[in-house]
Ligand binder design. Structure first.
Ligand SMILES: *Cc1c(COP(=O)(O)O)cnc(C)c1O
Length: 496
């Protein structure tokens, strides 16, 4: 299997190259040139396997230049009980009739980003070795809160790598900030920027694609790669849990083989829901992909109208990991929906960069409405939803997951569709204790760690050890720079 650039079909690289490089030189994203198929027999067989073996199976379809032994080395190193609090890796909780919460937050940083970022360092260092590259890999990350910490944990002290993370100074939760600024490891750097997530993401993309910066790095024996979901090595691992969940539901007798399910995903950069799209097009029977947004509802409008318009106010919400107006991975979806029309993609994304807006063709609009349903809710509705679920089902969910539940309830009310449904639960409620407690109606006038203890009282969910231990950790990184100074921070930290 080869990977092409969404902006140039002439670019053709293997999966190791795509993962090592992170983004194509033309600014496009790497996409597989075909989507491998999965059969009903495969799904039955997967039902009998553990998560590691399911992961190895899916990777073997996409990472065709990795050997079986290399894939095993990666999946066994990442998906184990040293890193995750359950050998199931992802847990499936039955919420209410025919609705399942796919809990993707049982990893070391308590958000779904761990599902990919625990394995990405293995995939990446294996790729570098395979390609015979003799350079230190510098991972640059823009984060809306969760990716940064998950990437830091994944890459800390990984030989031959260095990781630098940029986060919006006012755009992350207190716990997220504490997680990042106290990060341990000799090869890590964390820096706040004066700006929002889109500024951080644009800054990182600009550094990546600047040939002069690349040359300076190269002269110093280094190269950049990315741990954001623009990297194929982030997306491929996310396809696995949708395949795995379907196989598990069949095995558990919750659905029959071939039955369709809906998949609801709280969405920001469009990575997680795109992974569900790939799983569907591999052959997992999916009825609707339901895209849930917060008040930054650029995707809701896009899916409903075919017009992508980022010229709108940016809202800072209680679901900060979805406070995004430029959803990078939409580029991959549109590449597939246009049958690989790279010229069209260049035009649309050129227009997005220049005018902040583009409108897709009627064919694409039709495909969007067939594949997706989109909805959004604001902070008040998110809180109300957390309270309702808590009162009715004694289930405590985080602010991002609540957005998904609310949009799903709206979908169900609007359509009457009673297809069984999997909702991606993307973070532990402990990452957003203040907002969650406030929603439930508890007093929130306390510091972050007292709030965690209070949440433990009401939720009865064990406090993740990795969050509890932050309390006694010293802040190591307190630098804030202007968004125009990101490059200087990078050179300064790398010493070049
Ligand atoms: C990153 C994140 C999201 C959004 O995921 P995308 O892949 O960017 O769409 C949703 N919820 C949480 C908790 C996250 O960390």
């Amino acid at each position: 299997m080869n990977y092409k650039s969404t902006r140039n079909n002439e670019v053709k690289v293997g999966s190791a190259q795509a993962i090592a490089q992170g983004i194509s030189e033309d600014g496009g994203l790497f996409v597989p040139d075909s989507i491998p198929a999965i059969t009903n027999e495969d799904i039955s067989a997967l039902g009998e396997m553990n998560y590691r073996d399911r992961a190895s199976f899916v990777f073997s379809k996409f990472l065709t230049d990795y050997t079986e032994a290399e894939i095993r080395y990666c999946t066994e190193g990442a998906y184990n009980t040293k890193n995750f609090d359950s050998d199931n890796i992802a847990e499936l909780a039955h919420l209410f009739d025919g609705t399942y919460m796919l809990e993707l937050w049982h990893g070391p940083t308590c958000a779904f980003k761990d599902m990919a970022l625990q394995i990405l360092p293995y995939l990446l260092t294996t790729a570098i070795k395979k390609l015979g590259v003799d350079k230190k890999v510098v991972i640059l990350v823009a984060t809306s809160g969760d990716t940064g910490k998950a990437a830091l944990e994944g890459f800390k002290d990984v030989e031959g790598t260095e990781i630098l993370v940029f986060y919006p100074q006012d755009g992350v939760s207190a716990m997220q900030k504490k997680q990042m600024t106290t990060q341990e490891g000799e090869n890590v750097g964390v820096c706040a920027i004066k700006g929002n997530f889109d500024d951080a993401q644009n800054g990182v993309k600009a550094i990546f694609t600047d040939p002069e910066i690349a040359k300076t790095l190269s002269d110093n024996g280094m190269m950049f790669s990315s741990a954001n979901s623009i990297n194929w090595g982030r997306l491929a691992p996310q396809i696995i849990y949708y395949v795995s969940t379907y196989a598990q539901l069949v095995k558990d007798g919750e659905i029959a083989l071939g039955d369709k399910i809906n998949v609801v995903v709280p969405t920001g950069n469009f990575g997680n829901i795109l992974a569900a799209y790939y799983a569907k097009h591999m052959g997992i029977p999916v009825n609707k992909l339901i895209c849930a947004s917060n008040a930054n509802n650029v995707l809701t409008d896009f899916i409903r109208t075919g017009v992508y318009d980022r010229n709108r106010p940016f809202h800072t919400t209680i679901s900060p990991s979805m406070d995004i107006l430029i959803s990078s991975n939409l580029e991959r979806l549109l590449y597939h929906l246009t049958d690989g029309n790279d010229a069209q993609i260049r035009e649309w994304f050129g227009s997005l960069a220049k005018e902040g807006r583009y409108e897709v063709t009627d064919d694409v609009k039709k495909a969007l409405s067939e594949e997706f349903y989109a909805g959004f809710c604001d902070d008040a509705q998110t809180k109300e939803c957390i309270k309702n679920i808590y009162d009715q089902y004694s289930y405590t969910c985080d602010t991002h997951t609540a957005v998904a539940v609310k949009v799903y309830q709206d979908y169900k009310a609007a359509t009457g569709d009673d297809t069984k449904t999997v909702i991606a639960s993307t973070a532990s409620p402990y990452k957003f204790s203040g907002s969650v407690l406030g929603a439930i109606g508890a007093d929130t006038d306390a510091d972050e760690f007292t709030l965690v203890e209070k949440l433990a009282d009401v939720s009865k969910i064990p406090v993740p050890a990795s969050l509890a231990s932050l309390k006694d950790k010293a802040v190591r990184f307190d630098k804030t720079v202007d968004k125009t100074e990101m490059k200087d921070y990078v050179f300064e930290t790398l010493g070049c």
